[in-house]
Design a protein around this ligand. Structure first.
Ligand SMILES: NC(=O)C1=CN([C@@H]2O[C@H](COP(=O)(O)OP(=O)(O)OC[C@H]3O[C@@H](n4cnc5c(N)ncnc54)[C@H](O)[C@@H]3O)[C@@H](O)[C@H]2O)[C@H](O)CC1
Ligand SMILES: [K+]
Length: 490
């Protein structure tokens, strides 16, 4: 099993890679299945050497076929094996049927029994893989529920059963695995949506298929590898001076929401921007100046006195705490059609959704609710396929779209990038404001629209990982901001 490649594919693309391996490179499907089974078995022996009793759940397709190979290998190694078919092996086709016949000649099949889980060390989930095409129900759903409720560690073959390999959404119910060995091509659905609760650790194996099978196959998305951030944030020259690192102007903070612009401003400053200014309600000026003397804070009523401040800024971040009142609308409209690159978040996105327009130099950073408003749809539709949603926003509004969530997606309308860093503690107030400021700060330092979005998302998630104590509780924006320094200045 090797390091994760960055290329992600749809299930259809992976099936095409399968066919190329078979048809163009003469590797029989049964050999691929045997290799998938052997690779998974080797991983099981490495990671769970103490397992003595294994339960293998086999579905009605080739994912099940992989499971039969594993069951036979486990029996040959002397483990006690409960082999539980969830489809009549006689009804299997081709390679899966041959694998089933070989396994069943070695191991009698057993009906799934939740009670057996108490004596089971390890469950191999070979129910469903890339062929999942409807919500899981009936006996298969009951079994997945029992396995998830048990103490058993689970190895999910290729894809946790019930998780969509395309969208990362759970269809009915899905296996929660400790390990997901996956083959030939990484499925995009393993890295966004609800996948983080199901995949455990993804381990990739190319099944010794020639890399040439990927030739001409444009990945549907790419992982933001850990090294992208280090490579992207160059060290500063000794002769550095603040004028060389840009000037960010954060706009927002209607009455009662001054904290949002403070967080965004502080994130921009900590990102390395040379100067950071804030335009907000006059009522917030004194408190902001006292809290963060690095920020230059200006109290502005709707639109008046803004022009001079805009002229001095290199990048604008509009939205944190902007609000849905007349004040916010006037400020948004004053900057929407200006000539400065923009990062638009929060209520800035809501104002944009009410009067859609296009630009090539902005970064839009919606969460699923804001994305639904931008696309005039509902959150369920966004969750149905987040890759499609973030691409649609980038194509409709121009620039770069960032769809925040577990596995944040970044799209320029052509290819999606996926950030797999971050933790559940980020689901707390102020996180989005910090990301907005961070992206604007990087943009002000000369990174282009896409690079500032990718580096900003990754730095934000990594700072959250560093700040999270147990990763399960709500993170404070201040904790993230404190951690940011060590991330942006490695
Ligand atoms: N390159 C690779 O990734 C390799 C993949 N292999 C394995 O093959 C599966 C894909 O096999 P396929 O037969 O296309 O699909 P599945 O096995 O996932 O299942 C199809 C089977 O299941 C039925 N089905 C679909 N949804 C449901 C549902 N909700 N409930 C019940 N049944 C459902 C569907 O009707 C079909 O009958 C891949 O994941 C790998 O594990 C190769 O073995 C090695 C190379
Ligand atoms: K599976």
């Amino acid at each position: 099993m090797s390091e994760l490649p960055d290329a992600l594919y749809t299930p259809e693309q992976v099936r095409a890679l399968d066919r190329r391996a078979i048809e163009d490179h003469g590797i029989p499907g049964g050999v691929l299945m045997a290799r998938a089974g052997r690779a998974t078995w080797r991983l099981i022996r490495q990671r769970f050497p103490d397992a003595r009793r294994v339960m293998v759940l086999c579905g009605g397709g080739n994912n099940g076929g992989d499971g039969y190979v594993i069951a036979r290998l486990a029996a040959d190694a002397g483990l006690a094996v409960d082999l539980c078919p969830f489809a009549d092996p006689a009804g299997l086709s081709g390679d899966a049927r041959r694998a089933a016949n070989e396994a069943l000649a070695r191991v009698p099949s057993a009906a799934f029994s939740p009670e057996r889980l108490a004596e089971t060390d390890l469950v191999v989930d070979a129910l469903l893989g890339t062929g999942l095409d409807r919500p899981v129900s009936g006996a298969m759903a009951d079994a997945i529920g029992a396995v998830n409720a048990s103490h058993c560690r689970v190895v999910a073959v290729d894809v946790p059963s019930g998780l969509s390999a395309r969208t990362g959404q759970v269809m009915g119910i899905a296996v929660r695995a400790a390990l997901t060995p996956t083959f030939i091509g990484l499925k995009q659905g393993l890295f966004t949506g609800e996948a983080a609760d199901c995949i455990g650790e993804v381990v990739f194996d190319d099944l010794q298929v020639p890399a040439a099978v990927h030739d001409g196959m444009e990945p549907s998305a790419r992982l933001l590898g850990a090294e992208a951030l280090e490579a992207g944030l160059p060290r500063r020259p000794r002769t550095a001076h603040k004028g060389a690192f840009g000037h960010v102007l954060v706009i927002g903070g209607d009455l009662g929401m001054g904290g949002a612009v403070r967080i965004a401003g502080e994130a921009a400053a900590r990102s390395g921007a040379g100067l950071t200014s804030v335009v907000t309600r006059p009522a917030h000026v004194a408190a902001l100046l006292a809290a963060r003397p690095e920020l230059m804070v200006h109290g502005v009523e709707a639109g008046s006195g803004l022009a001079a401040l805009l002229a001095r800024a290199d990048v604008l971040a509009v939205g944190p705490g902007l609000g849905q009142a007349e004040w916010g609308r006037a400020l948004f409209e004053a900057v929407r059609d200006g000539d400065r690159p923009l990062v638009v978040d929060a209520d800035g996105l809501n104002w944009l959704a009410q009067a859609p327009t296009r630009r090539d130099d902005w970064v839009l950073t919606p969460h699923p609710g804001e994305a639904a408003r931008l696309l005039d749809t509902d959150i369920a539709e966004i969750d149905r396929d987040r890759f499609a949603a973030v691409t649609a926003i980038a194509r409709q509004y121009g620039g770069v779209a960032v769809l925040k969530g577990a596995g944040t997606l970044i799209s320029d309308g052509l290819c999606c990038r996926v950030c797999t860093e971050g933790n559940p503690g980020m689901a707390s107030g102020g996180m989005g404001d910090a990301l907005t400021g961070l992206i604007a700060g990087l943009r002000a330092q000369g990174f282009d629209t896409l690079a500032s979005a990718c580096l900003g998302v990754q730095a934000h998630a990594r700072a959250a990982d560093r700040a999270a104590l147990d990763g399960e509780r709500g993170l404070l924006a201040g904790d993230l901001l404190n951690a940011l320094r060590s991330v942006v200045n490695p």
